[in-house]
Design a protein around this ligand. Structure first.
Ligand code: SF4
Length: 468
């Protein structure tokens, strides 16, 4: 059965019972968090950079319709065909239809979380189109038949030995060191780039003033995915637009250091449209799909909208103790970790995503790490409040909330204690009900120790011999 946010508790329990996964996760997130900490320590103006980046992202949210209109205008002038998709079905239907129409049988992809959100690979494969992920981490998880477990390091949960074993089984080629394994992937992928009819990528930032699509990467695979095939399809969610190049610079000031500890991107691609007359490479057709998929609704929400400032750096995942303990797959959502819990709560129906809002210790490390100052704990608390009001909160949370309420209201506290005392004789019967094994075990323990029923009054305890 595939993982789902609604089954977080079960999925997380399985993950923490896997010592190999825990060891890999611990090492990997500590490594990423260490790289970020080192980069930031060498940046005296880091807080000013965060302020500027957060302000740019907030300006986008405040002016989104105007910016999108401007972007469409400038891109169209540059020869890019712009398409709006209300949801995943519309986006997939467009991309799949385009592939079939142009006779494309092979697609190469740059790493893109939004196409994970669409389920694009499975959709295209269902149409008979081959799809190859070309980012090394994505290539590995595609071979393993798994979704990414981290938004910037998709194969973070796999050890080098596991990857070597996977390559030997699936590709018949081995390797021991990271470099040897990378060479295997490189050899396999070269031929895919030059024979693909379409390259599909995400978009890190779209600049409205100039009609520029900006992609940040470290491996060069996005350049090959866009330079070799005749058609480039870029997919972005509607909030990725910014006003101008100064805004772009403010985002690039924080994205590499917070994501990977780099002072600047390994490779920065700026796309200004299809191949021009006299140019020897680059796509002949460029399409941009602008996906909503619930985001315009989130934009109107005074508390949840801030998650749309996210620039997908992954820093919040790398400092989250829950993510480090359970890994990305346990979340069962496209986006894992703190930003994933918030995004799932914002985009998906509350009844299916509610466990993720409670999968948080409220330590606040994510908010401290976020370059665009998203307050994840505040949003998760609001989602918990909404879930509780809708009767969707897990039982322990409801009990904790009720206890806190009773402590604040003495009359309610006295009434609750009276009610529970009345229930004392019934507790053993109640505890025999399915799902209350914990309560049954607790009562059994008390009985074994010769203790009185849990809600007995002081008078009753004295009457019965002064037991506790
Ligand atoms: S929420 Fe903040 S820290 Fe997390 S991925 Fe987005 S920008 Fe990075």
């Amino acid at each position: 059965m595939s993982a789902r946010p609604g089954r977080f508790s079960e999925q997380a329990s399985r993950a923490v019972a896997n010592p190999g996964l825990r060891a890999v996760m611990r090492r990997a997130v500590a490594h990423l968090a260490g790289l970020r900490a080192k980069a930031l320590a060498a940046m005296p103006d880091v807080e000013a950079r965060r302020d500027r980046a957060a302000a740019v992202r907030q300006r986008t949210l405040d002016n989104l319709p105007d910016l999108l209109e401007r972007l469409e205008e400038t891109l169209t002038r540059a020869g890019v065909q712009v398409h709006y998709a209300l949801d995943a079905a519309e986006a997939n239907a467009f991309i799949g239809g385009l592939a079939l129409d142009r006779g494309v049988t092979r697609v190469v992809k740059g790493k893109s979380m939004v196409t994970e959100e669409l389920g694009l690979n499975a959709y295209l494969q269902g149409l008979g189109v081959e799809v190859f992920e070309t980012d090394l981490g994505e290539y590995i998880v595609q071979l393993a038949g798994q979704p990414p477990s981290h938004i910037i390091s998709p194969a973070l949960h796999l050890s080098r030995a596991e990857i070597a074993d996977l390559f030997a089984r699936k590709l018949g080629q081995g390797g021991e060191t990271a470099s040897e394994l990378t060479q295997v992937a490189r050899r396999e992928l070269r031929e895919k780039f030059v024979t693909a009819g379409m390259g599909v990528t995400g978009v890190n930032v779209a600049v409205a003033a100039s009609g520029t699509l900006v992609l940040v990467e470290n491996e060069g695979n996005i350049r090959l995915s866009t330079a070799c095939p005749d058609i480039h399809v870029a997919v972005m969610t509607l909030e990725k637009v910014v006003g101008n190049f100064a805004d772009l610079a403010d985002i690039l000031d924080v994205l590499p250091p917070f994501a990977t500890g780099q002072t600047m991107p390994g490779s920065l691609s700026l796309f200004f449209g299809p191949r021009r007359l006299g140019e020897s490479d680059g796509p002949r057709e460029v399409h941009l799909v602008i996906l909503d998929n619930g985001r315009s609704r989130v934009l109107a929400d005074p508390v949840l909208a801030q998650i749309l400032r996210c620039i997908r750096c992954g820093a919040c995942l790398n400092v989250c103790p829950v993510y480090a303990a359970v890994g990305g797959h346990a979340y069962g959502s496209t986006y894992p970790g703190p930003m994933g819990a918030v995004l799932a709560g914002a985009l998906e129906p509350l009844d299916s995503s509610v466990p993720l809002a409670f999968a948080c210790t409220m330590c606040g490390a994510c908010a401290q790490a976020c370059p665009v100052r998203i307050d994840h704990p505040a949003v998760l608390l609001e989602l918990r409040r909404r879930a509780t009001a809708a009767g969707l909160a897990p039982l322990p949370e409801v009990l904790a909330w009720a206890y806190a309420f009773a402590l604040r209201h003495p009359a309610a506290y006295r009434a609750a204690v009276g009610l529970l005392r009345g229930l004392d004789p019934e507790l053993t019967r109640v505890a025999a009900m399915p799902g209350l094994e914990g309560l049954a075990a607790y009562l059994g323990q008390r009985e074994g120790l010769g203790l009185k029923p849990p809600f007995a009054s002081e008078d009753e305890k004295k009457e019965n011999g002064g037991g506790k």
